[in-house]
Design a protein around this ligand. Structure first.
Ligand code: HEC
Length: 280
């Protein structure tokens, strides 16, 4: 028995180290595997082992440079960007996002807010960033800046709220979207993320409908992903979950992705922001 568990651990770690590159084609069919405990404990140990050298550090450093460097058609930096706590305030800003912004009259997550700043302050075309694809063009800069901003909230308490009517509206929309079933498998986010102890392969699937699980899900993303060898923003994490759900690819920073993010962040309130995390 023990040997079998150990074997599972070794195979699991091997998959982690190999990059486990075959994406989630079959993940849904094994969605209901109950948690055994030991294999994921080992994954935790592995995470702890490499946490000292999270490669997200490199993205944070690049992001800080990009934030401070005059760029774009207007040749200005992002240092006057208001992330919700006043122009230029980055410390703790991520703990309150997504939130309502008066100037755009919209609830925005970090990425949509950065795109707004790149357009308004620097003169970039937001549509180009939205259409670019992950790690492409100016989107790549957004991703690095995300790493920098998020790291400035590391260890702080998640404090996203629904006070403004638009925030309440978005929370309700996000909740609806989270439970909305559709696609060829009739999946919703809730199909994979609303029970305790659910697992796909060696990945624990947090129960995002509860505070504890939401804090695990929301509080460890964005993250460096070992399996793909790159940094993933929350928008990218979600994009991949829509894919696992067999839903059409969501438009980058679309209202639905922000609504679902707000739903998760508010559920996670009081938890710790541990991002940039380190994930499989
Ligand atoms: C078919 C199952 C499935 C569906 C449906 C699904 N996800 Fe996921 N989700 C996963 C898997 C598997 C992972 C872990 C992936 C990994 O680590 O490689 C994950 C990870 C996550 C995480 C990060 C959790 C963590 O602890 O790292 C969040 C947040 C998340 N999903 C949100 C969502 C949302 C929101 C939706 C609906 C839009 C959704 N998911 C739909 C399977 C699913």
């Amino acid at each position: 028995m023990k040997a079998r568990i150990l074997y599972g651990v070794i195979i699991g770690l091997f998959a982690v180290l190999q990059g486990c590159s075959s994406p989630a084609k079959n993940e849904a069919s094994t969605a209901a595997t109950p948690t055994g405990g030991a294999p994921t404990d080992e994954i935790e140990k592995y995470r702890a082992m490499i946490a000292d050298g999270n490669p997200a550090d490199l993205y944070e450093a690049a992001g800080e440079d990009i934030w401070k460097k005059p760029m774009g058609p207007k040749n200005v930096s992002l240092e006057k960007c208001d992330l919700g706590m006043g122009p230029g305030v980055v410390k703790g800003a991520y703990t309150q996002l997504p939130k309502y912004f008066k100037d755009t009259n919209k609830v925005q997550d970090l990425e949509s807010r950065l795109v707004t700043c790149m357009e308004k302050l620097q003169g970039y075309n937001s549509q180009e960033i939205i259409k670019a694809g992950f790690e492409k063009g100016k989107r790549k800069d957004v991703e690095a800046v995300v790493a920098y901003i998020v790291a400035e909230s590391k260890g702080m308490k998640i404090n996203t709220v629904a006070k403004h009517p638009k925030e309440k509206e978005m929370y309700d929309l996000g909740k609806k979207s989270f439970f909305y079933q559709g696609g060829p498998m009739d999946f919703s986010c809730a199909s994979c993320h609303s029970e305790n102890g659910k697992r796909i392969r060696l990945q624990d699937l947090p129960n995002i409908t509860e505070q504890k699980g939401a804090a695990l899900g929301w509080g460890y993303w964005p993250a460096y992903r070992v399996s793909s060898g790159n940094f993933w923003t929350m928008q990218r994490r979600l994009n991949d979950c829509y894919r696992q759900q067999r839903f059409p690819e969501p438009i980058y920073i679309s209202d639905d992705t922000i609504a679902v993010s707000l739903y998760m962040a508010i559920n996670a309130k009081g938890g710790t922001m541990n991002a940039p995390g380190l994930k499989r």
